[in-house]
Design a protein around this ligand. Structure first.
Ligand code: BG6
Length: 487
């Protein structure tokens, strides 16, 4: 495996305290991610202390971690790298209390033998987050520490404000890293590169040239083992108030004064401040048929498994440009796209049957799949006599560059950033509170859920929501096949 150039990783060795170490996210993403970061040489030294409710010993934890890597690591697990990683793992059951946790952290720090930093990762359900924070306080593990918090950051404005206030009793805001893994996705950051490193598009990135924007994240997945969590949360809180709004901010923000965390957060928060409150009559909530029969779900559940909405950013750049957001479970396809529809030109000189405009406006589309893809569609002339127009496209896929193997998975990237003290891709208390504030009308008076068939694109009302435009998905034409296999 290629070793990493110096300076890319954190300056100091890291002691990671992973709460929820036997849980789903730890197994699927965090342990495989930490394995990759350590084995690829991103971190100068690392010890990982798993913590959870399970009363297991360290050997059992190591076996479980190995099982997780075998099942979920996207990279090959070699025996020497695994042995090194296993030696970094320790485990403390929650029942052992703060003293035992402190002792384990101190032992880890001593074994690293030099100045270290602590990274506490709270991969736990919302009800367990504050108790874990208090445990860290009681164990005296706040110094030299950063803490990564998983969503949901509250369930409405009041609970978010209270949660932040409680957190601040133990950790200072600069120590808190609220993770939104969509921002760690390589293509999300590529939106910033694309917008601000090129002269071509920024001049037309506004209401004069853009007709509307779609952020569309349908999933084929169902609930898996997350029924209890999902039933309390629903699609709006699980996906929109977190991931989709964060992506919207990257898409809509003004150029920051520099690529530093504070200027970027400032610009994102300005977008959130300019957002108009979400109006219930501009929202479609759906629930797939069969949801209420699933284990752990209330037979009368009103939880939405689908949501589509229209949102407005009332500032100089975007006034009058609707942003349509959609996401849901058990839909026809799994996709994550942002699609920007440009205003149409006058078509006066083209004969009526030329085909101009017949396939919708020109679009710029970002695919947020792990390795970025982008497409710019336009009308071009069909070869041959006369003037017949077809929709054509320029497409880019990171896999064509052969660099796709360099892509860090979202969680890897964000864990590494937190270890380096880089908050650029994390969300702030202020931003989150504002998002709950704009959500309030919807949370207070949600429209009724409408049933939709599994494998469909959601309730029919989504078409009225976006009319006179149309949803880009499903695509009329598939992405072009890649030409070079990524490394
Ligand atoms: C999670 C949500 O944050 O994001 C899940 O809780 C969702 O419900 C997931 O499936 C989607 O993430 P990704 O990276 O698979 O697009």
């Amino acid at each position: 495996m290629a070793k990493i150039p110096p300076g890319v990783g954190p300056r100091f060795p890291q002691v990671v305290v992973l709460f929820g170490a036997t849980g789903d996210l730890a197994r699927r993403k965090l342990l495989p991610g930490l394995y990759h970061l350590t084995s690829a040489g991103f971190i100068p030294g690392c010890r990982i202390i798993g913590v959870s409710l399970d009363d297991i010993d360290v050997e059992t934890f190591r076996r479980q971690a190995r099982g997780a890597l075998d099942e979920f690591s996207s990279r090959r697990v070699t025996e020497p790298d695994w042995q090194d990683f296993a030696a970094c793992l320790d485990y403390v059951p929650l029942s052992a209390g703060p003293e035992a946790l402190r002792a384990a952290v101190e032992a880890a720090e001593q074994s690293l033998g030099t100045e270290c930093r602590r990274l506490h990762y709270l991969s736990v359900p919302p009800s367990a987050a504050l108790p874990a924070v208090r445990l860290l306080g009681a164990a005296g593990l706040v110094e030299r520490a950063r803490i990564i918090m998983e969503k949901p950051f509250g369930t409405d404005l009041q609970s978010a404000v209270t949660l932040n206030a409680r957190l601040h009793e133990v950790f200072a805001e600069e120590q808190i890293y609220r993770i939104d893994h969509f921002l760690g996705k390589e293509p999300a950051q590529n939106i910033l590169a694309f917008r601000f490193a090129n002269g071509l598009f920024e001049p037309i990135w506004n209401r004069n040239f853009i007709d509307h924007v779609q952020i569309d994240v349908p999933e084929t997945l169902g609930l898996g083992k997350r029924a209890a969590f999902y039933e309390q949360t629903g699609a709006y809180r699980d996906m929109v108030v977190t991931h989709l709004f964060q992506i919207l901010a990257f898409m809509a923000m003004e150029p920051p004064t520099s690529l530093e965390p504070v200027p970027i957060s400032e610009e994102k928060n300005k977008v959130f401040r300019s957002m108009l409150p979400i109006q219930p009559d501009e929202v479609v909530r759906g629930q797939y048929s069969g949801y209420r029969d699933e284990e752990g779900i209330d037979p009368d559940s009103d939880t939405e498994t689908f949501i589509a909405l229209k949102c407005h950013i009332d500032n100089w750049r975007w006034a009058g440009v609707p942003f349509y957001l959609r996401t849901g479970k058990r839909l026809a396809e799994g996709q994550r796209i942002i699609s920007i529809a440009f205003r149409e030109p006058p078509k006066s000189m083209f004969p009526p049957n030329s085909g101009v405009g017949s396939q919708g406006p020109d679009h710029l589309t970002f695919d947020l799949a792990d390795a970025s893809k982008m497409s710019l569609s336009f009308y071009g002339k069909r070869p041959g006599p006369g003037m017949r127009l077809d929709k054509l496209s320029l497409q880019f896929a990171m896999t064509d560059t052969g660099l796709a193997g360099e892509v860090l998975e979202a969680y890897e990237r964000l864990i590494l950033d937190a270890m380096r003290g880089d908050r650029t891709l994390f969300t702030t208390a202020e931003g989150i509170e504002r998002l709950w504030e704009v959500s309030q009308p919807l949370l207070e008076a949600p429209p009724p859920v409408r049933l939709y068939q599994q494998g469909s694109w959601g309730p029919k009302a989504v078409h009225q929501l976006i009319a006179p435009h149309a949803w880009r998905l499903p695509f009329e034409r598939a992405w072009r096949k890649q030409t070079v296999q990524g490394g």
